[in-house]
Design a binder for this molecule. Sequence first.
Ligand code: CP3
Length: 324
Amino acid sequence: MRQAGRYQPSYRELRQQHNFMDLATNPELCVEVSCRPVEDLGVDAAILFSDIMVPLAPMGIEFTIKESVGPVIANPVATMHDVLALAPVTPERDLPYVLDAIDGIVTRLGPTPLIGFAGGPFTLASYMVEGGPSKNYLHTKHLMWNEPETWSALMDALVDVVSAHLIAQIKAGASAVQVFDSWVGSLAPQDYEAGVLPYMAEIFRRLEPLGVPRIYFGVGTGSLLELMVSAGPDVLGVDWRVPMAAVRGRIGPKIALQGNLDPVRVTAGYDAVVESTRNLLAVMRQDPAYIFNLGHGVLPMTDPHVLKQVVDLVHREGRRRDAL
Ligand code: CP3
């Protein structure tokens, strides 16, 4: 997660010459940034270098990505009028640079799989309504509770964009897709169930015929995991706040689990990270379907050498005993 980013000297160098959206809309640079972590770290999959905000640009959302802050929107959404003004998105026409980048990445990586991604409708709506990152999601929750018709029109529009974007990414060569619903953990379970779950379930339904693994991830989702599974993903991504074995106990054997080393562990030095990684591998060793990952994005202050050592450790010690 965020395996491309500011912790890499090569990324920081590129960012001195190009702003974020220049990188994300230039297929050649995007191929370079997406492939470098695979080549440098030896991870088992690439993730497309892009951002959850990218498909909102052709909808008419004007944003910049502000360093150390995140997306900032010039024209936040507040009313039904604003929602009706959002343009539909045809990825092949409106986001060709993403699909060209996928083509280039898949060619360069050969057998290494590429994970495509999009933001979840709630997480995207939170940026669109708040106008940027938020602590309490006040305006978003008010809209959900007080203007249910506007909320459902906004979520319907986002379901269309997210589904079309993910389907286009799969057709362009992505081997799996991940929906980042990063901020959905701000919701009480009953609000998730009423205001988000039906839309997420529709996205996974539309993706099902394409036959690739669908990963669903959010931050701080300890109280939502069963509901998130009921949306229908193939893989559930979880952060470090929930013990992995307990998650398996709660959701049963039907879908795969991905996570959940605290990204701060990787900044605490090699000895500190080794113990926690080994503990996680030990707990999940007999699990029927477990994918090692961090519980959220790699932090900018992470030492790339330590990250590489974690990858090597997982490769050395992470195989299931009965698979050796
Ligand atoms: O390597 C990868 O994981 C793929 C690339 C990727 C980026 N953003 C690149 C990026 C992915 C998968 C995302 C998803 C994304 N973007 C999410 C969901 C995942 C998560 O972290 O919860 C969210 C919430 C966003 C919105 C966003 N964009 C944020 C919060 C930030 C960070 C702001 C900061 O500077 O700390 C961004 C900018 C961004 N997107 C960076 C990267 C590498 C930072 C780099 C930069 O400024 O050049």
